[in-house]
Design a protein around this ligand. Structure first.
Ligand SMILES: Cc1ncc(COP(=O)(O)O)c(C=O)c1O
Length: 399
């Protein structure tokens, strides 16, 4: 039967302390115990329903974690203060010094920089591969490999990873498949396709109001418990804990995610089709011309569409900058990094979110200077938006 992530979220009922329709916010960093024995058991991880200290977990964070686990179809989840605060501890929990990671080369610049520049300081090496070439992925695996890492829809090139096929490779070689699903919440459910750990930057679509940061790792109870272990849990010891006030606000925004994703997807598909017809080099997984279109269709939860992200290549960085400045002036969106906001956001990833990747490597992976990444907003009249964007494109000479 089809997996229905929005129904899973809808079915979760949480009441507040006084019968409130939202769960109460746990406004405490530490918690009292009625007996010393219970405190000891909690430290040992054996006291269900007891809270210890807010770096470990809080009622508000657990509510949000449960909701995200329900959305992704995993046993449980652990929220963190940022996406990177979820990603880096999850990687470090699964990989020790001397071990190895095989990662897609087209991933968020921060994750790439962590694997390329930071993890080697801990003697963890990464081989970067073209994730769409499964033979290349398998060939990069060594006897020390522990993790296969990718993004469902990659940032910023929007390449689609074949999660089922990658999961088979991971199982064959006893690796953990970690998938960052930030670009495709609800649309694709990686755990249902065999991913072991599903990661998100909640900062993006899931929160959707560009007012806070957040991250989550969704996975098995055993893995999530290990992240929180007081003796050797990466989240507990590195300390990227989310604040309860933020967890409660993200949970409220999660309740409307399905409506927002449908609108982001409808608008992005409309613009991508128009831009492509106008002759612009447009990349959007919903277009038939996209090399991962059929694969996305095969993996997707149909009703949510192909997501809100698209790219257009306007030839040069100068043209890209000129166009983005003009679009901002006309109030069509903001020249800003990040994604998943009600308003359209655009940036040139080569010189911003992927600037951690060297120019030479950018060229090799097909990330050109003139590429503009759009996170399409929730505009009610997307035809009007298109007409105005087209005018800007004509004015700067892109069309
Ligand atoms: C795909 C992806 N993963 C992870 C991150 C990192 O998340 P955060 O900025 O919340 O730490 C980002 C941020 O841009 C992203 O785009």
């Amino acid at each position: 039967m089809a997996f229905k992530p929005a129904d899973k979220i809808q079915d979760l009922q949480y009441f507040g302390e006084y019968g409130g329709v939202n769960p109460s916010i746990s406004d405490s960093s530490t918690y009292t115990f009625l007996s010393a024995k219970t405190m000891f058991d909690t430290f040992e991880g054996n006291a269900e329903g007891c809270y210890l200290y807010s770096r470990h977990s809080t009622p508000s964070n657990l509510y949000l974690g449960q909701a995200l686990a329900a959305m992704e179809g995993t046993e449980t989840a652990n929220v963190a203060a940022t996406g990177m605060g979820a990603i880096t501890p999850a990687i470090l929990q699964l990989c020790k010094a001397g071990e190895h990671i095989v990662s897609s080369r087209t991933i968020y610049g921060g994750t790439y920089a962590f694997l390329k520049n930071f993890a080697p300081r801990l003697n963890i090496e990464t081989s970067f591969v073209d994730i769409t070439k499964l033979d290349e992925v398998e060939a990069a695996i060594t006897k020390n490999t522990k993790i296969l890492y990718c993004e469902t829809v990659s940032n910023p090139l929007l390449e689609i990873a074949d999660i089922e096929a990658l999961s088979k490779i991971a199982k064959k070689h006893n690796l953990q498949l970690m998938v960052d699903n930030t670009f495709s919440p609800l649309s694709i459910s990686p755990a249902k396709l065999g991913a072991d750990v599903v990661l998100h930057s909640l900062t993006k679509f899931i929160n959707g109001s560009s007012d806070t940061m957040g991250g989550v790792a969704c996975g098995s109870q055993e893995f999530i418990d290990s992240l929180r272990n007081v003796n050797d849990g990466a989240n507990m010891l590195l300390g990227p804990a989310m604040d309860s006030l933020r967890a409660s606000s993200i949970l409220k925004n999660l309740r409307t995610l399905h409506i927002r994703i449908k609108q982001h997807s409808t608008n992005a598909l409309f613009l991508a089709e128009k831009f492509e017809k106008d002759g612009l080099r447009t990349v959007y997984p919903g277009l038939k011309s996209h090399s991962g279109h059929e694969l996305f269709k095969k993996m997707m939860n149909k009703e949510y569409g192909f997501g809100g992200m698209l790219t257009v290549d306007v030839g040069s960085l100068d043209k890209a900058n000129e166009l983005m400045e003009l679009m901002q002036e006309r109030n069509l969106g903001y020249l800003a990094v990040s994604l998943g906001f009600y308003k359209t956001l655009f940036s040139a990833p080569g010189s911003s979110t992927s600037s951690e990747i060297s120019e030479e490597e950018q060229k090799e992976m097909g990330l050109s200077d003139g590429l503009i990444r759009f996170s399409i907003g929730l505009d009610n009249d997307i035809e009007r938006t298109y007409t105005m964007m087209r005018e800007c494109m004509v004015e700067v000479g892109v069309l």
